[in-house]
Each structure stands twice: as C-alpha cells, then as structure tokens.
Design a protein around this ligand. Structure first.
Ligand SMILES: NC(=O)C1=CN([C@@H]2O[C@H](COP(=O)(O)OP(=O)(O)OC[C@H]3O[C@@H](n4cnc5c(N)ncnc54)[C@H](OP(=O)(O)O)[C@@H]3O)[C@@H](O)[C@H]2O)C=CC1
Ligand SMILES: CC(=O)[C@@H](O)[C@H](O)COP(=O)(O)O
Ligand SMILES: [Mn+2]
Length: 381
C-alpha cells in the first residue's frame, strides 16, 4: 500500500488524483490532503478518504474544516505542507498546487526520500537547480505528471541521455491559437479559459493561451531530463494526441500517444514501474481521427515562449522572475485588472528590470519571487 500526501487536492489534478486512488484502493491510500481555501470541495474529500493530516491555506479555512469534520490534525500554510512532506507516514508526495507555493515542501519531501510525483511545473521553473541537486543528493527521482514530460519519460525508458538528439514538446496552441496578434487585443477572460483539448485550472489554461505554459514546460524539461536548451524543440500539434517525442542520434523517434486524459500520466507516476488498468479513460482509436496536424512554432506570435527560452538560457534567478511575473500578471488578468497582452508585456518588463543572481539560494528565490510580484502589481498603478 502506498500512502499519498496530496498537495492541491481541490484542483483539477488533485481531483483526478483522487479518482485514480478511488479506483485502486488496494494499492493507494490518502495520508494527507492539502488545499487552499475551497472548504466546500475539501470537506467531502476529507470525509471520504479520512486522511491522517489536512492542510489549509489559512486559519479561516482551517476553522471551517474543523467545524465540519472535527478533524484533529489540521495544519495551515507552507509550514503545514512542509510538515506533511517530512512525515514518515507518507510514501508518495504529489505536488499539484497552483504556483511556486509548494517549493519548500517539495524540497523536504525529496530529503525524506518519498516518491515525488510532480505536476507543478512552477516549482522546477523557479528553483530547478535546487530541486534537482536535492534529488541527486538524496537519490530521489522526480516522476513527471505533466503530460508532455510523462511522454518524454516513457520515451526515454531504458535509453541513455547522451543518445538523445532532441526532445520535441508538443503544444496545442491553446484557446487563441487561430488568432492574430491584432485579434488578441480584444480577448477576455472567458475566451481565454476555453481550452480546445484540456479541462484544467484557470491559471494553466491562461498560460496555454499565452504559450507561457509551453515556456514553463521547456524549462521543466531542461531540469527533469538534464537537457540543454538547444536540444529542446517545441512543435504545434492541435489535437494533443501525441503528448511529446524524443529523437535519438540515429534519427529514430519515440512518441507517446493517447486520448487527452490527465488520469493516465497521474496514475503512471503513482504506479511506476507497473502499468495498471484505468477505467473510464478512452482508448485512442487512430482510425477515428481524420488527421493529425503539425506546425512550426512562431516565436514572435507566441512571445512568452521566446521569453522562457531566453530566461532559461540566462539561468540564475531569471526563470524565477519569469515565473513570478507571470503568476502575478495572470492573477491580475483573471481579476480583469489587465488585458491579455499585458501579461507578456509585464513579464518582458520584469525580466528587463531584474539583475540576475547566479546560483540563487532558497531564501534568495523566495525574496526575488516576492519582489517581482510586487513590482508587477505596480505596473498597473
Ligand atoms: N490541470 C492540468 O491538467 C495540468 C496541471 N498541471 C500543473 O499542475 C498544477 C496544478 O494545476 P491545476 O490542478 O490545473 O490547478 P487548479 O487551479 O485546478 O488547482 C490548484 C490547487 O492548488 C491549491 N492552492 C492554490 N493556492 C494555494 C495555496 N496558497 N496554498 C495551498 N494550496 C493552494 C488550490 O486550492 P483551492 O482551490 O482550495 O484554493 C487547488 O487545490 C499547476 O502547476 C499546473 O501547471 C500540469 C499539467 C496538466
Ligand atoms: C495537460 C497538460 O499537460 C497541459 O500542460 C497541456 O499541455 C496544456 O496544453 P497546451 O499544449 O495548450 O499548453
Ligand atoms: Mn503539459
């Protein structure tokens, strides 16, 4: 039995992780559930899965959960997530929170040598050098949940890193893939949240529309697979059926395909190296697909992708600034304080104004993250 600590339980990945656990009660149980403020969604989960520990984002939510469940072990905030990450009662740590908030807990879970299933790309973008150094030091590999990285992980199975010629990450193009830059001036939040292939949380859906999601995924792949940026390629593929590919030195290409369903990579990260049945997920019937489309990525149309490659190559604290500026700008876009195109403008400005710190420590990163968010907030005022 694997006991799972799940961060981000009330989110899109969190709910699908619980669905996988529900299907395999003989293999997985819930040790801890951490979430933000959605007590209405969390309370039935706590009643159903009876976790040893619960973590909420704030005291008010803690009180609501306590009143509804009388749970004895409800912790709060980043400290609560860190306590869960360290607890020997959990074997598996799933980071599915939104944003870089779960970084300290992820580092602690690695140090406690738990199985790490990482959905949260912001953690690796912000502090990939620290996370991967701890992963090597404590001999704790990270199992990717992000669909593209799970595909690459599967394509690399049994291969040697030096035999890889390129990682090819596919991108659906998001909600605005058929719009020109001029047309982007008039788009609103509702339009942005209408992803063609995936039903995901609001922040990642906006990132898909701006192509920042792919930018974050390029940096995520750089760290997870120890791959230089020159060997990471992004390909527009509208259908999200080929989840990503690896080209080897002999020009052989391995790809992982499947109907777009996040329960597949979530379950694989939990069951690896075993493959177990997953009910309710559709088989990919290739004969039913009329055609698959591929298109070269235009870095001027999708400028966030260009910024991410630049920040990744510059390294140091630049990716942390890219991420924090983007998190802040997307939050303001979702609050209807700024326009869609302001997101990339604010990210670009924050990167230009930042003096990069090489090899930033965890406290440097936390400080830079805070400063960048405040700076981006001031751009509106
Ligand atoms: N959704 C998807 O299909 C995919 C997602 N990912 C990545 O997975 C991560 C989660 O995405 P997704 O599930 O879509 O996001 P959602 O917005 O659906 O869920 C986010 C989760 O994080 C919690 N959360 C937010 N802020 C805090 C906080 N301050 N403290 C504690 N918990 C917090 C939310 O709690 P609450 O709502 O209770 O406030 C919620 O449980 C992201 O990094 C995303 O990039 C990667 C690939 C695919
Ligand atoms: C499901 C998943 O992994 C998302 O990160 C997905 O990749 C988003 O789609 P885009 O390709 O549009 O960014
Ligand atoms: Mn993805």
């Amino acid at each position: 039995m694997k006991n799972i600590a799940l961060l981000g339980a009330t989110g899109s990945i969190g709910e699908q992780t619980l669905e996988v656990i529900r299907q395999h009660k003989d293999k997985f149980s819930v040790f801890a559930l951490a979430f933000g403020t959605n007590a209405g969604k969390a309370i039935p989960m706590i009643r159903e899965f009876e976790p040893e520990a619960v973590v909420t984002a704030d005291e008010e939510t803690r009180q609501k959960v306590f009143e509804a469940t009388t749970h004895k072990n409800i912790m709060v905030g980043s400290e609560g997530m860190v306590a869960v990450a360290k607890d020997p009662g959990a074997d598996v740590f799933v980071n599915a929170v939104m944003g870089s908030i779960g970084l300290p807990a992820t580092l602690e879970a690695i140090r406690s040598r738990k199985r790490i299933a990482i959905a949260n790309k912001e953690t690796l973008v912000t502090a990939g050098h620290l996370v991967m150094a701890e992963s090597r030091k404590y001999d704790t590999p990270l199992l990717p949940v992000d669909s593209e990285h799970s595909a690459i992980f599967q394509a690399l199975n049994g291969e040697r890193n030096e035999d890889v010629r390129r990682l090819i990450i596919t991108a659906s193009g998001g909600s605005f893939r058929d719009k020109t830059r001029e047309e982007l001036q008039g788009v609103n939040v509702k339009d942005a949240l209408n992803h063609p292939n995936w039903n995901m949380g609001a922040k990642i859906t906006v990132d898909s529309a701006s192509m920042m999601n792919k930018g974050l995924e390029v940096i995520e792949a750089h760290w997870l697979f120890n791959m230089p940026y020159d060997k990471i390629h992004v390909l527009l593929h509208r259908e999200s059926v080929i989840h990503s590919l690896v080209e080897f030195q002999d020009r052989s290409v391995m790809a992982q395909l499947g109907s777009p369903d996040m329960k597949v990579p979530i379950q694989y990260a939990l069951s690896y190296p075993e493959r177990i049945p997953l009910s309710g997920s559709e088989s990919l019937e290739l004969e039913d697909l009329a055609e698959l489309h591929f298109q070269k990525m235009d870095m001027e149309r999708f400028r966030c992708l260009k910024f991410a490659f630049q920040a990744g190559r510059q390294g140091g604290s630049m990716p942390a600034v890219l991420n924090a500026a983007n998190e802040q700008a997307v939050a303001m876009f979702l609050n209807e304080q700024i326009s869609f195109l302001d997101i990339e403008a604010f990210v670009e400005r924050a990167l230009t104004e930042h003096n990069s710190v090489s090899e930033p420590s965890l406290s440097d990163i936390i400080e830079i993250d805070k400063e960048t968010r405040k700076r981006v907030e001031r751009y509106v005022k």
